[in-house]
Design a protein around this ligand. Structure first.
Ligand SMILES: Cc1cc2nc3c(=O)[nH]c(=O)nc-3n(C[C@H](O)[C@H](O)[C@H](O)COP(=O)(O)OP(=O)(O)OC[C@H]3O[C@@H](n4cnc5c(N)ncnc54)[C@H](O)[C@@H]3O)c2cc1C
Ligand code: SF4
Length: 327
């Protein structure tokens, strides 16, 4: 049985108290939301904070507020189950509820949160293993080792961004609020991620993600999410494609495609989506051309499930399917 290492647990009631604790204990501290990612990682000694700041008691971080006309603010501690069952979000941004529903299993979605999903650790076949397994290969660049076993000549880690909600939130133009003892700042979800398997977030170590802001929806935006995984019942995405477009009288006026599971951050393939602007959304040739271009932008490495060549091929199919959904 894998056991958690020893750590000190704090249970603040306010964001200010949580931020003060994070500032006081520095890089040895970590916040925990639902714990569905952090606790297993600590058991495998991938992350070993000596201080853990639980956000469960911070009630201000829960719930969905707002309306389609003004946009929504979703508290970072809102569970994935609450998100997938929220009627207002289902009406305004159904792709987000769908992405949440495709994450792992109902018990894990009851515990897992939207904030935790955005801050989820990057994944790799050489990383998501027990301590003893990783020790047997002398670890790797991501922690305690000197070599990246996926790309041995590489100076960087290529572990993969695997959040299902991140591509949808990026494609619809959502933003997040980050809070610390120094104040608050608001950034686009697409700017939250860095192309680095180790330092994968543009979030300072003393910052807490407090809210996710969904844009207003006047009915002209449509969005879609398609996910590839081995077991439909509960696996991480090996590939996830989010597409969003503003459609006026059947014609695309703005479009975005974001691909996850194919790099250390969700890939923005909006240059491919731009090929659709000015075209009818049911223009099959335009959809196929955009999907070809987007699939070339997504360059998966051989460090997750399935054969690399097949995953590349599936990228084209999934982008086509996601764009077809919009029609
Ligand atoms: C079997 C299994 C299958 C899974 N399948 C999927 C899947 O298909 N798709 C998917 O996307 N995920 C999957 N997950 C991962 C995980 O369950 C979800 O991503 C979940 O949303 C994580 O949220 P959490 O609240 O449990 O995060 P936690 O484990 O609490 O935290 C995750 C990380 O985020 C940080 N963090 C959490 N909240 C905040 C915050 N508010 N501010 C700053 N930092 C924060 C923590 O410090 C930690 O580093 C799976 C997990 C398991 C165990
Ligand atoms: S991509 Fe390389 S450095 Fe990163 S976790 Fe995998 S093996 Fe380790």
């Amino acid at each position: 049985m894998m056991r958690l290492p020893r750590f000190q647990y704090f249970a603040p009631r306010t964001v200010a108290d949580a931020a003060a604790l994070l500032a006081e204990h520095g890089p040895n501290a970590s916040v925990v939301a639902g714990g569905t990612d952090l606790w297993p990682n600590m058991k495998r000694r991938q992350q070993t904070p000596t201080r853990v700041i639980g956000l469960r008691g911070v009630s201000a971080l829960r719930g969905v507020h707002g309306a389609p006309a003004s946009g929504f603010a979703v508290g970072a501690m809102t569970s994935l189950s609450d998100l997938e069952n929220d009627a207002a979000i289902a009406a305004a941004w159904p792709a987000l509820g769908r992405a949440a529903r495709l994450i792992s299993t109902p018990p894990l979605r009851n515990m897992g949160t939207l904030g935790g999903n955005l801050c989820l650790d990057t994944r790799c076949n050489y990383w998501d293993q027990t301590f003893e397994w990783r020790k047997s290969i002398d670890f790797c660049l991501k922690r305690d080792g000197k070599v990246c076993w996926v790309a041995p000549g590489s100076a960087r880690c290529w572990a993969v961004s695997s959040s299902d909600t991140a591509p949808v939130l990026s494609a619809i133009g959502a933003e997040v609020t980050l809070a610390s003892v120094d104040g608050e700042r608001r950034i686009a979800v697409r700017d939250l991620f860095r192309d680095d398997g180790i330092e994968y977030l543009n979030k300072r170590s003393n910052e807490i993600l407090t809210a996710i802001h969904l844009p207003a929806q006047d009915g002209s935006w449509r969005a879609s999410y398609r996910k590839l995984r081995r077991r439909e019942s509960f696996d991480f995405p090996v590939l996830g494609v989010a597409a969003a477009a503003r459609i006026v009288d059947g014609v695309v006026t703005e479009a975005r495609i974001v691909i996850t599971g194919a790099g250390s951050r969700p890939h923005d393939a909006s240059s491919a989506a731009a090929l659709l602007v000015g075209k009818r959304i049911d223009d099959r040739d335009a959809v196929v051309e955009a999907a070809e271009r987007a699939a070339r932008i997504a360059k998966p490495l051989d460090n997750t499930d399935f054969a690399l060549g097949w995953r590349k091929e599936m990228a084209r199919h999934h982008v086509t399917a996601a764009l077809t959904d919009l029609a």
